[in-house]
Design a protein around this ligand. Structure first.
Ligand code: DX5
Ligand code: ZN
Length: 217
């Protein structure tokens, strides 16, 4: 896989999700941010909204679960139609079992790390994963400033992925824009979430193309 762009629908108009997805027809995925007001101090949407969007959107759904107890809830997001399900390792009681369950149900399994969570303790479980998500802001809100302190971890994660072999995608999420995407790509990221950069642009689909070009350069 080359560079992929997954716009965060958190920055789109929640009253018109189908139309908003259609405005970014060039996007590879739709990133859906699930927040439970426990793991993060914000509340967004759950499986029913993902199920509704999955039925009408042409792009597959990339669900990012910022919730407590993903062991209990993540499988329902596969059933709702998400093609990729990301859980936070800080919240998972049994991340290996959970990744296996997500895969067994037919979705890509992905593990997210908050900015202060190191990748090294989880290196041995990389073969259980299809993607690692490195947060480049503290999760909870769109529109925050990109944290450069996360770049060395992106680099180290790419090195570990190379060492373990396998086609594991490396996603970055938070503050990704035309200003910051090249830094992420240079460090080894290949899947880019962008919310405010895409939906704050006059032409969101053109911004998707611009980000893709910069991410590939
Ligand atoms: C933040 C979410 C992100 C967010 C990204 O907790 O996980 O996906 O929507 O928004 P921007 O691109 O505006 O930082
Ligand atoms: Zn997200």
């Amino acid at each position: 896989m080359g560079i992929q762009i997954t716009p965060s629908m958190l920055a789109s108009d929640f009253a018109n999700l189908e139309a908003e997805a259609a405005r970014i027809s060039g996007a590879d995925w739709l990133h859906m941010d699930v927040m439970d007001n426990h793991f993060v101090p914000n509340l967004t949407l759950g499986a029913p909204v993902i199920e509704a969007l999955a039925k009408v959107a042409s792009q597959p759904i990339d669900a990012h679960l910022m919730i407590e107890d993903p062991d209990r809830w993540a499988p329902a997001y596969v059933e709702a139609g998400a093609s990729s399900v990301t859980f936070h390792v800080e919240a998972a009681a049994a991340p290996v079992r959970l990744a296996r369950e997500i895969r067994a149900k037919g979705a890509r399994a992905s593990m997210a790390l908050k900015p202060a969570t190191p990748i090294e303790p989880y290196a041995d479980m990389l073969p259980e994963l299809d993607m690692v998500l490195i947060m480049t802001v503290e999760p909870g809100f769109g529109g925050q400033k990109f944290l450069d302190l996360c770049l060395p971890k992106i680099r180290r994660t790419r090195e570990l992925i190379k060492r373990h072999g396998g086609d594991i995608w490396l996603q970055v999420d938070g503050g990704v824009s035309v200003e910051t995407i090249e830094r992420c790509a240079d460090a080894g990221a290949d899947v880019f979430v962008a919310g405010s950069a895409v939906f704050g642009a006059d032409d969101p689909d053109d911004m998707v193309s611009r980000l893709r070009a910069l991410g590939a350069s």
